[in-house]
Design a protein around this ligand. Structure first.
Ligand code: SF4
Length: 238
């Protein structure tokens, strides 16, 4: 049952996909895109979500989830950065009350909110970005001190007991191939580390798309080295 309180939630819901098999591996899930993000990564693939814009009706999404309950495995909440939206907590509480499994994609920029989400068990899985080494974070995100918040979030996620993965988009503008094992070394105790091949597409900074991706063999080798610290997989490489 959808809680009556859900109708009043003012989430900045930019769009939602009724069903996807790509956003929660092994599951068929609805994917909801929440508007807004404090970071400004040059390679961002969803630049339209970074800025204010119209919102979709949350009630329609909730009714979709309820009506497809029999064959949907859950809801993926992504963005933008969902934890930057003040309505995320009440939204997640309503989804939990409706007993719909949730995966949260986050950049870890809001550890206080993330901590509450984890403590209250409002999600069933977390996928969190670890974008680069600490010393490169501010240049990539455009936010001073951004890695301090991310570091707190890493510890919260690892200690949560909730299924999780950390992931790095392999954009050579913010990383060298030697950086991946150093990132993995900071994730000891995590369930999984995912290196995602960078694909040139629509990017916030148009010049970011012209950066040549790492060679697949180099990423495979980096993933092998990361495996010394945390189970690591490579996604999106052919
Ligand atoms: S890539 Fe993610 S964290 Fe970076 S600007 Fe885009 S939505 Fe924000």
């Amino acid at each position: 049952m959808i809680p009556a309180s859900a109708a009043a939630i003012q989430l900045g819901l930019a769009a939602w996909l009724p069903a996807s098999m790509l956003d929660w591996p092994g599951r068929i899930a609805t994917t909801a895109f929440v508007r807004g993000c404090p970071f400004r990564c040059a390679y961002c693939h969803n630049p339209d979500l970074l800025f204010p814009g119209p919102s979709e009706d949350v009630d329609a999404l909730m009714h979709h989830l309820e009506s497809r309950r029999g064959w949907l495995d859950g809801l993926v909440i992504t963005g933008g950065e969902p934890t930057a939206d003040p309505s995320l907590l009440p939204f997640l509480a309503a989804v939990k009350e409706a007993r719909i499994p949730v995966k949260l994609d986050t950049n870890g920029s809001q550890p206080d909110i993330l901590g509450r989400i984890l403590e209250e068990r409002l999600v069933d899985m977390v996928a969190m970005d670890v974008k680069t080494l600490p010393e490169r974070y501010d240049a990539l995100t455009g936010v001073a001190g951004s890695h301090d918040a991310v570091e707190r979030s890493i510890r919260l996620v690892i200690g949560s007991g909730i299924e999780h993965e950390f992931r790095t988009t392999a954009w050579p503008g913010a990383l060298t191939i030697e950086d991946f094992p150093r990132i993995a070394a900071s994730l000891v105790g995590a369930d999984r580390y995912v290196i995602q091949q960078f694909r040139a597409a629509q990017t916030l900074d148009p010049s970011a798309g012209s950066v040549l991706p790492f060679h697949t063999d180099a990423l495979r080798d980096a993933a092998r080295q990361c495996n010394r610290f945390v189970p690591t997989i490579l996604r999106g490489a052919v």
